[in-house]
Write a protein that binds this ligand. Structure first.
Ligand code: NAD
Length: 478
């Protein structure tokens, strides 16, 4: 089966690569020339464990290709996965422009029955919206071939041989809507919602060992095709949740909102621990032993970040408001998560005093370990707050320094943890990279101006660190 993936970012690239590894033929499309050139030259534009090797393997097998030619990819594929960005608008609502644009392009290039699978995280009702857009633009395109309507030029692809720019579709142009023998037809299609639950940093593993596959469709024909695509996962007993598109769309938001709430909850307990001298580590352990709670996502820290949680929680809150529902819990989660960053800065100030002119060493910039992604990274937010207070920043991250340099070029970027500690007034562990778990603390202590270690990820045992002569504070444990 030939598959097209539109949007070759974190989700699209991982999805395309893993599906090609399932033995399917996959063509990954992106509008970003540089990204596609990079992939075609054998490099990988993002870091994900095991991704590079899997891409190489499937490219050499001839099952995985990369292109900017959306028209070709649409025409030759039976199934089109859409994995473009759905960034937030200023009011927290979801900006669907990228999705809408892709839906318009699909409409113009449909040449037979196809399944359009939405992997992007979108508000409830988007699958239906995609369907409406495709129907509308197929109809417009059909009328244009008959000379009675013009398609807005913004929709017309530069590469299209079908529609002359600005003039709409000329009646004599070869049309994607012409069936066999030149008879004009509207091609049938189905839109499926298939939200993605992979985590950056373990995306390949998550895609190939998912807890669940959610398929939202009302079409038996599309469902059969989706089951065929995911057959390798079915064979390893992955649970499938088959539902309607609206429910599938809400499942994604419900999962992310719940996880963000769980993180925020343990952060709130940790803050309380800071005030009363209790140990959040013991509390999280005891809570996690309760089968109803589970130990996952009970790690206190500087708050959730990344490209998904912050925007998805805002989007769900906003979506609920537009439906007339005030989702009070989410409002609290959003504001507590913002405050968590500020509390981390307060913690640093409690030990150092006035930050003006002080040098703070920051270990970790990515939004979490095993990724180079810095979108909505708590470490970056904390750095920005520290800069506002007049601090100077030295920093190190195993993977995310290049991305950070693009937005914060004036920081001092160090070669390793020890160079970061050298002459700093305090060292802050902001990301839970494994390599930060076994630092030579005596060496760090000698390099620091004052032996202050602020461990925002609770990587160290407070007693063991204090015995070495450090002033140490974690989150919810001292
Ligand atoms: P991304 O920004 O990394 O990638 C999106 C890609 O789409 C970009 O490369 C962009 O150039 C491309 N694109 C946009 N419009 C296009 C067009 N018209 N034609 C071709 N390419 C186009 O985004 P991402 O992190 O992969 O997220 C994609 C979606 O998946 C979002 O809705 C996100 O919320 C959701 N999601 C992300 C994750 C994650 O961990 N990153 C996990 C689950 C779901």
């Amino acid at each position: 089966m030939q598959i097209a993936i539109v949007g070759t970012g974190y989700v699209g690239l991982v999805t395309g690569t893993c599906l090609s590894d399932f033995g399917l033929n996959v063509i990954c499309v992106d509008r970003d020339n540089k990204k596609i050139e990079c992939l075609n030259s054998g490099k990988v534009p993002i870091y994900e464990p095991n991704l590079e090797a899997l891409i190489k393997k499937n490219v050499s097998a001839g099952r995985l290709t990369f292109t900017t030619d959306l028209e070709k990819a649409i025409k030759q594929s039976k199934v089109i996965f859409v994995a473009v960005g759905t960034p937030p608008n200023h009011d927290g609502s979801t900006n669907l422009k990228q999705i809408e644009k892709v839906a318009q392009q699909i409409a113009l290039h449909l040449n037979e029955y196809k399944v359009i699978v939405n992997k992007s995280t979108v508000p409830i009702g988007t699958a239906n919206k995609i369907k409406e857009i495709i129907n509308k633009y197929q109809t417009l395109s059909l009328r244009a071939t008959e000379g009675s309507a013009a398609i807005p030029s913004s929709v017309i692809p530069a590469s299209s041989t079908v529609i002359p720019a600005k003039a709409g579709i000329h009646p004599s142009s070869p049309s994607p809507l012409r069936g066999e023998g030149g008879v004009r037809v509207k091609h049938p299609f189905d839109v499926v919602s298939n939200p993605e639950f992979l985590r950056e940093g373990s995306a390949v593993y998550d895609f190939t060992h998912p807890d669940k596959i959610v398929i939202g469709t009302t079409s038996d024909r599309a469902l059969k095709i989706m089951q065929e695509i995911y057959r390798p996962l079915y064979l390893i007993d992955t649970p499938f949740v088959i539902t309607n598109p609206e429910t599938a769309e809400l499942i994604k938001y419900a999962c992310n909102a719940f996880l963000a709430t769980k993180i925020t909850f343990i952060n709130e307990i940790a803050n309380l621990c800071d005030n009363v001298g209790a140990d959040v580590h013991q509390i999280a352990k005891a809570m996690g032993l309760d089968g109803r709670i589970s130990p996952k996502f009970l790690h206190p820290g500087p708050g959730y970040g990344g490209s998904c949680f912050p925007k998805d929680i805002e989007a769900l809150y906003h979506f609920a408001s537009t439906c007339g529902y005030d989702f009070k819990l989410l409002k609290g989660v959003i504001s507590a998560n913002k405050r968590q960053r500020e509390l981390m800065v307060e913690k640093i100030k409690r030990h150092i005093g006035d930050l003006k002119g002080k040098t703070i060493g920051i270990l970790g910039l990515a939004f979490k370990q095993n990724t180079d992604d810095i979108r909505k990274s708590p470490a970056i937010d904390i750095i920005k707050l520290l800069l506002k207070e007049g601090a100077k920043i030295k920093c190190f991250d195993p993977l995310a320094m290049d991305n950070t340099k693009k937005i914060l070029p004036s920081l001092t970027y160090c070669q390793d943890e020890y160079e970061t500690a050298r002459d700093s007034d305090a060292l802050v562990i902001a990301v839970e990279w494994n390599q930060f778990r076994n630092l030579d603390l005596l060496k760090i202590k000698k390099l620091l101006k004052s032996p202050i270690l602020l461990d925002l990820r609770n990587l160290y045992d407070p007693d063991k660190v204090k015995i070495l002569g450090f002033i140490y504070e974690g989150v919810g444990r001292k």
